[in-house]
Design a protein around this ligand. Structure first.
Ligand SMILES: *Cc1c(COP(=O)(O)O)cnc(C)c1O
Length: 376
């Protein structure tokens, strides 16, 4: 049956002609850096997300780093992050000499628990980086309220949720897209992400013109005028070829998300009521782009289930096996105020099932049958 975690080849074959033509066009002009497609794509992505400024960069990790650099934080300043996330979120904080302050996540949504944020705020706290993990928005209403009260910046890690949307009105905006609700939103075009390119890529979103100017400048060696450097920056650009690929795929993003949602609907219906497997829950205030379909396996059976499925050629992945405070490099550096019980317990239970735009009903049926067979 050849089931894959992510089927990038299948997705490519459906748009091969369009993509190949656009890539060839870039090669014909050979403007590989800052070519016309870069501007076109960032305008189109800005339009898609409804944000005023979209600045592309080399990858999602850089996007987070540049965002934090643009805020003018000082060494030793504290940045609040969820303890259960991909390492990039905390990595950039550490690289900039800032202190990651870990807050526990909610059991149901895997996202930072707003009710635990305030106790983690100190006089040195300057920013919160909520992660829209696995494809649904964190509780931005509660997070923005706390941020305003304590005068903190909010940088959304939107690497996994591009295309998801807040349900209802937030800060006067109707159904804002993920990544456009905080001061800056960051996303990734890593091949397996919701909108993936053929290598590395990333982007930052903001509605603040001054911040946009800084982001743009920092991503480009801190220069506004060529060879005149007003800030310390970095070399972080989206290749023109990647922009060309992304510009084609952006047209299909909503279709891609709909495919993921229908695969998720199949799982939810066919795995419902199983004892031992807790299915993902979508909060009422957000749509779910299902970057991942992540179940919680009870009774210490996660690894056994994973192995059982692998024997039937059903791949699955553990995102993520360790919370941040158990990572060797971060153990002594991260600041912890409250308990991190959910992050710890979830790390031992999570199992992500195959999720991509090309899953057939036959494949989904086979996967669900495999999971049920384990419990028989
Ligand atoms: C993928 C990812 C990133 C980093 O993106 P890259 O483009 O791989 O650098 C950051 N945060 C989260 C939550 C991610 O999933």
């Amino acid at each position: 049956m050849n089931i894959k975690m992510v089927d990038l080849v299948g997705q490519y074959l459906k748009i091969k002609d369009e993509v190949d033509t656009q890539m060839q066009n870039v090669i014909n002009t050979s403007q590989f850096i800052a070519g016309a497609k870069c501007k076109e794509f960032s305008a189109n992505l800005g339009h898609y997300t409804g944000v005023e400024h979209c600045i592309t960069c080399a990858n999602g990790t850089d996007a987070l780093q540049i965002a934090l650099m643009a805020l003018g934080l000082e060494r030793g300043d504290e940045v609040i992050v969820p303890a259960f996330t991909y390492i990039a979120t905390a990595e950039v904080i550490a690289l900039l000499g800032l202190v990651p302050v870990l807050v526990d996540v909610e059991w149901d949504t895997f996202n930072i628990d707003p009710s635990k944020i305030e106790e983690a705020i100190s006089p040195r706290t300057r920013a919160i980086v909520p992660v829209h993990l696995f494809g649904q928005c964190a509780n931005m209403e509660a997070i923005l309220k706390i941020a305003r009260k304590h005068n903190l910046f909010v940088v959304e890690d939107n690497a996994q949720a591009l295309g998801a949307q807040w349900k209802g009105v937030l800060e006067g905006k109707e159904n804002p897209k993920s990544g456009t609700m905080g001061h800056i939103g960051c996303t990734s075009f890593f091949p397996s992400k919701n909108l993936g390119c053929f290598g590395d890529g990333g982007a930052m979103f903001t509605n603040d013109a001054e911040l946009a100017g800084r982001l743009h400048c920092i991503a480009n060696h801190g220069q506004k005028v060529k060879y005149h450097h007003s800030m310390v920056g970095c070399n972080s650009r989206l290749d023109t070829i990647q922009a060309a690929v992304l510009d084609v795929k952006l047209k299909y993003l909503d279709e891609y998300i709909a495919s993921r949602q229908s695969a998720a609907a199949y799982y939810l219906e066919n795995l419902a009521g199983m004892e031992g497997v807790e299915l993902p829950v979508t909060a009422e205030y957000t749509t779910h782009a299902y970057h991942q379909f992540t179940v919680k396996v009870a009774d210490g059976k996660r690894d056994a289930l994973k192995e059982f499925l692998a024997k039937r050629d059903i791949p699955s992945m553990v995102y993520y096996p360790l919370p941040l405070h158990h990572q060797e490099a971060y153990r002594d550096m991260a600041k912890i105020v409250g308990g991190l019980e959910n992050s710890e317990e979830l790390s031992g239970r999570v199992l992500s099932l195959p999720m991509h735009t090309e899953l057939s009903e036959e494949q989904l049926h086979y996967i669900c049958k495999g999971i049920k067979a384990f419990y028989r």
